[in-house]
Design a protein around this ligand. Structure first.
Ligand code: ZN
Length: 431
């Protein structure tokens, strides 16, 4: 049986710029969307122009003063905020740019609406390639991330789901999400990432396993440079299979950072687009409600290829290796293919023995889980937003991207749900 897939895309989201020379380029989302349309994948799924998150939505995780700062600061008035820049870690990696807060509202709103649609059984899979900003912390920006849309979406899922599994295949450790849920068994965070030699953000060794009620509910798979598809699968599949067996999640959030591909501008792994997509296909095979998010990815053309391929994987569609004609075709030369050869300068430093050791340690830790936790799901708080009429009206008509963008209707109606129960300490959430 095929899944119902909801896809969230705001035509404005690709127009933001972090600044000259900055590796994070929101335009990669437009590039991805363009390929998705040209492969006709939009005909197989529900397209939504996403809700924009409010400050209140953001403050379910972040501190009020941090969000107030993000709302207020602009490139024009930044000199009035100099003393706050270091407090909130805004400046170089996370610059103040035009429309920064609007950008945060868009990518966060899309993840949040994806969670709401999953909760209401309006889709089996929700996709937001603009989301997945996993480094943002309760009180500060980090690693190109300002608002942690993943934590906010997971908090929404927890209203209906006793156990949420978070999987992160970005090359960087999913530190912001792990930290938020470090003390709880309601969320299991599983991150596969490069670790060592001061690689950003510096956390995520095998012995970070969670604390208090969350002990054994943080899972870290630290990897070395140059990992290829075969080596990655040697750990990814057995670890995820054990996580599914021992944790029995009721839904899954998958962060698909594409900086784990070979040839990434910032990364040093050597995954192919097929290998990266195989992780997505494997997670999908468990048939649980699934929120799929973007993340890192700094060689734009490969990010677009990767997330287009993964959109097809999630739809169970086969698409041609020859890229269809599109307005950005020049960016995809000289091969013009979906799966070009991706070269890496990096040797694979992960030996079979190194990977077997990690796999064994991680699986031994999972065996420490006595039973999957359950909670009484009474008094479900109301949804954060209303869900009427956001569906793209006629997805069967082929249109240019501009026309398609215009036709996707916005729905900014919402009402505020309860204030969530986040603790005022350390950025940990008590759920
Ligand atoms: Zn990354």
């Amino acid at each position: 049986m095929s899944s119902t897939v909801a896809y969230f895309y705001d035509p404005e989201v690709g127009n933001f710029h972090y600044g000259p020379g900055h590796p994070m380029k929101p335009h990669r989302i437009s590039l991805t969307h363009c390929l998705v349309l040209r492969y006709d994948l939009h005909k197989k799924m529900k397209l939504y122009r996403p809700y924009h998150a409010t400050e209140r939505d953001m403050c379910r995780f972040h501190s009020d003063d941090y969000i107030q700062f993000l709302r207020s600061v602009t490139p024009q008035n930044v000199q009035n905020f100099t003393k706050y820049l270091s407090v909130f870690n805004v400046g170089e990696d996370c610059p103040v740019f035009d429309g920064m807060f609007d950008f945060c509202k868009m990518y966060t709103g899309a993840s949040l609406e994806g969670a709401v649609k999953l909760n209401n059984n309006q889709c089996d899979i929700a996709i937001n390639w603009s989301g997945g900003l996993h480094h943002a912390k309760k009180y500060e920006a980090s690693g190109f991330c300002y608002v942690n849309d993943i934590v906010i979406a997971i908090l929404e899922l927890l209203k209906y789901h006793p156990r949420v599994l978070y999987i992160d295949i970005d090359i960087h450790h999913g530190d912001g999400v792990q930290e938020a849920f470090y003390l709880t068994d309601r969320v299991m965070s599983v991150s596969f990432h490069k670790y060592g030699q001061y690689f950003f953000p510096g956390t995520g060794d095998m012995y970070e396993i969670g604390a208090e009620s969350g002990r054994y509910y943080s899972v870290n798979v630290p990897l070395l440079a140059g990992i290829d598809d075969a080596s990655y699968m040697q750990v990814f599949k057995p670890v995820i299979a054990s996580v599914m067996e021992f944790y029995q999640p009721t839904c899954v959030v998958l962060q698909c950072g594409a900086d784990s591909l070979g040839s990434d501008r910032l990364g040093c792994f050597n995954l192919s687009i097929k290998g990266h997509g195989e992780c997505v296909d494997y997670v999908k095979s468990f048939n649980l409600p699934l929120l799929v998010l973007g993340g890192g990815g700094y060689t734009k053309r490969n990010v677009a290829r990767c997330w287009t391929h993964e959109t097809a994987v999630l739809l169970g569609e086969q698409i041609s290796n020859d890229l269809p004609f599109n307005e950005y075709l020049d960016d995809f030369g000289p091969d013009y293919q979906l799966h070009p050869d991706i070269f890496s300068k990096q040797e694979n430093q992960n030996t079979r023995q190194y990977l077997d050791n990690i796999k064994q340690t991680v699986i031994d830790n999972l065996k420490m889980l006595t039973s999957a936790p359950s909670v009484q799901m009474q008094d479900i708080p109301s949804d954060l937003l209303s869900l009427e009429n956001t569906e793209e009206p006629d997805p069967d008509v082929r249109n240019s991207q501009e026309e398609m963008d215009k036709r996707v209707e916005a729905n900014n109606e919402y009402y505020d749900g309860d204030k969530d129960n986040d603790k005022e300490n350390e950025g940990f959430l008590d759920v």
